[in-house]
Design a protein around this ligand. Structure first.
Ligand code: SAM
Ligand code: SF4
Length: 499
């Protein structure tokens, strides 16, 4: 159960930092193959190893242009955007460093989904005020860049680059302007039909690769700044997606996660016109791919054929993230969510009708303007009705450029906190009971973490549960093992390797 006051919970649970991989064309593939080869030989990857790999990349590409530090806030899509931005910079001859102090170029990839997240970037910019930024180029990317635009130059005159995600395909040209000494470079156009595809992607996770298949959002939820900051929906061509998946599989990635704000609204722009469910099956067909995930699904676009695909292909993970936002039709209408409580529950029925059990997780917002006690009671009863496997819960945060900003009947922060606590208590009960039923069951895990404690590891099930487990085996990272659950807490499971 996650209280996401800053951003969507990251699914990385690896203690291993930034490793590289993924590419569209030959030189990138060669470089990435070198890195993956090293990882496989070492068995347990280290940060030093990744750094050595980065210098190797520099050596291959020739003289370094400078160093960059890139900090990312927010959701998985931002994480993956940063992987691509890092790829753009590496291919221009920059070297990545791990502290802003040692960087000549500092970039913040920002999130503005809630106010707290947006504030963070201004405190970071404050840290690099006029006195400390000498000789450095500072850039703001992502949602805050789009939301605040040129205002950022006024608040932080030491910033030289402001670029929203819809303009990332123009990033090389914008960087060239900054490198030429221009101090007010902007990429703020959202009227685009382009997607951000890079020649090199510097992937942070050596086993699971993220792949954005649809950018922007055409929905208009009244609380949400995303349509404003990320622009209109644009889907990536299916052949380009499948080509990248095959390359990733060749490089040793066994799990891919397809990303989009509304991933299941995917519309193939090619004459092939692949449906989302067909794309899932085609991705799973790539030789070497063992797991395919996708997030976030919008309830209105969730169709039976997605469940049929999961039923027919075990490589499609048995997990669906289906944000409800509220259990009250009245509040859903005010949120402009395009479905009622009953329609949402019909989608849940489709998922529950699957031949194999599919875990369901959700996002809930409490304290939306005008939310009454009876609305909250309906949300609590939705939790009881669905019995979610996990929940991301948020207090409503008013955002600029959103319709809900003009709504009256605001709920106080204190009351929002009270409602959030009630919601989380309910979910805690549900998760505790659910986890207890899993004791004694055996799951296949992709091992993605090694504890400092001897013989302790962790990994994800197909249904996206984390299990911490013990094993006497060595070098398990990146491998698939079977684990028997021996104990449970509300938030995680513990187990031992089943031999
Ligand atoms: N596209 C996804 C969907 O339709 O559910 C959600 C993407 S959004 C980046 C992630 C979550 O942030 C949302 O599901 C919502 O619960 C939460 N969120 C978005 N705007 C919010 C706001 N103004 N206040 C609080 N939470 C918000
Ligand atoms: Fe925001 Fe709604 Fe689009 Fe999700 S579907 S990104 S919540 S506007």
């Amino acid at each position: 159960m996650l209280n996401c006051e800053v951003g969507m919970g990251k699914t990385f649970d690896i203690g291993l930092e930034r490793l590289m991989g993924g590419s569209e064309f030959s030189i990138g593939s060669a470089i990435n193959t070198i890195h993956r080869g090293r990882l496989k030989n070492e068995g347990s990857a280290t940060f030093a190893g990744a750094r050595a790999a980065a210098s190797e990349l520099d050596a291959i590409r020739g003289a370094s242009r400078g160093t960059f530090f890139l900090e990312t806030f927010g959701c998985q899509m931002n994480d993956h955007d940063s992987e691509k931005v890092a790829g753009v910079l590496l291919s221009r001859g920059y070297t990545q460093v791990e502290s802003p102090e040692s960087a000549s170029l500092i970039l913040y990839n920002t999130c503005s989904i809630r106010e707290k997240a947006a504030q963070k970037v201004f405190s970071r910019l404050g840290e690099f005020g006029l006195t400390q930024n000498e000789g450095r180029i500072i850039g703001v990317l992502g949602c805050v860049a789009q939301q605040e635009g040129e205002e950022i130059f006024k608040r932080a005159p030491w910033v030289s680059l402001v670029c929203g995600s819809a303009s990332y395909s123009k990033l090389p040209g914008l960087l060239a302007q900054v490198e030429a000494g221009n101090h007010r470079v902007t990429g703020l156009d959202t009227e685009t039909d382009e997607t951000f595809e890079t020649e090199i992607t510097r992937r942070d996770n050596p086993w699971r690769a993220y792949l954005t298949i649809i950018e922007g959002c055409d929905k208009a939820c009244s609380y949400c700044v995303v349509p404003y900051t990320r622009g209109p929906e644009r889907s990536r061509a299916s052949d380009s997606i499948l080509r990248e998946v095959r390359q990733l599989a060749e490089l040793g990635y066994s799990e891919v996660q397809l990303l989009g704000q509304t991933v299941n609204s995917y519309r193939d722009p090619t004459p092939r016109k692949m449906r989302f469910a067909e794309l899932l099956l085609a991705v799973a067909d790539a030789v070497g791919i063992r797991r395919v995930r996708f997030t976030t699904s919008h309830p209105s676009d969730f169709t039976q054929d997605i469940v049929d695909a999961i039923d027919s292909q075990p490589k499609l993970c048995n997990h669906v993230h289906l944000p409800a936002q509220s259990g009250s039709t009245r509040v859903l209408r005010a949120m402009q969510r395009t479905y009622s409580r009953e329609e949402y529950l019909e989608k849940i029925q489709i998922i529950r009708g699957a031949k194999r059990a599919i875990s369901i997780t959700t996002d809930i917002i409490v304290g939306f303007p005008g939310e009454k006690d009876e609305d909250l009671a309906e949300t609590l009863s939705l939790l009881d009705a669905v019995k979610y496997d996990n929940m991301f819960s948020f207090k409503y945060s008013p955002r600029p450029h959103t319709p809900s900003l003009a709504m009256s009947d605001l709920i106080s922060e204190e009351e929002k906190s009270r409602r959030l606590a009630l919601l989380q208590e309910k979910q805690r009960e549900i998760q505790t009971a659910r986890h207890l039923t899993m004791v004694g069951e055996t799951f296949e895990l992709l091992v993605s973490g090694k504890s400092r404690r001897e013989n302790q590891w962790s990994g994800h099930t197909s249904c996206h549960r984390v299990i911490n487990f013990s094993s006497q085996e060595q070098a398990l990272l990146g491998k698939y093992v079977h684990v028997r659950v021996t104990g449970a807490t509300p938030n995680s499971l513990v187990g031992e390797q089943a031999l």
